[in-house]
Design a protein. Structure first.
Length: 135
């Protein structure tokens, strides 16, 4: 069976400081684990580069994602970045409707789906995929 190559991009937005600078400590651990898991299965998964992910404006990140034309974008969501992640997810879906967007969170935030029309949301310490509309 031949594998069809597809572009998968993962990112985690940083904590934004009160001085409007971005944190130098943005470590996308969950995304790195997913990249490693993909590599074990010969799936090419890329992390968005650190300068773009950690220091890019919303428009710079969005431009990068649109120009990359990924099949799937995964975003690690946390309390500090969920609003910004949802904004980027909505905008990406509007401008690149063919892209599948997966939001991951260690907490249960199923209401996130309804705000941005996502098809897949993952949550919990051992995240399980929950298609939109499933219990």
């Amino acid at each position: 069976m031949k594998c069809i190559p597809m572009k998968i991009l993962l990112l985690q937005l940083p904590i934004q400081g009160h001085d409007f600078f971005y944190s130098n400590e943005n470590i996308p651990l969950a995304a790195a684990y997913l990249k490693a898991a993909g590599a074990r299965r010969d799936i090419d998964v890329e992390l968005v580069s650190r300068p773009i992910m950690s220091y890019g404006s919303d428009q710079a990140i969005l431009r990068f994602l649109i120009e990359a034309r990924p099949v799937l974008v995964g975003m690690s969501c946390y309390q500090w970045n969920v609003e910004r992640s949802l904004f980027l997810a909505r905008e990406l879906k509007r401008q690149l409707p063919s892209c599948t967007i997966v939001l991951g969170d260690r907490r249960s935030l199923p209401t996130m789906i309804f705000f941005c029309g996502m098809k897949i949301l993952m949550w919990g310490w051992w995240a399980k995929a929950k298609p939109h509309g499933s219990p």
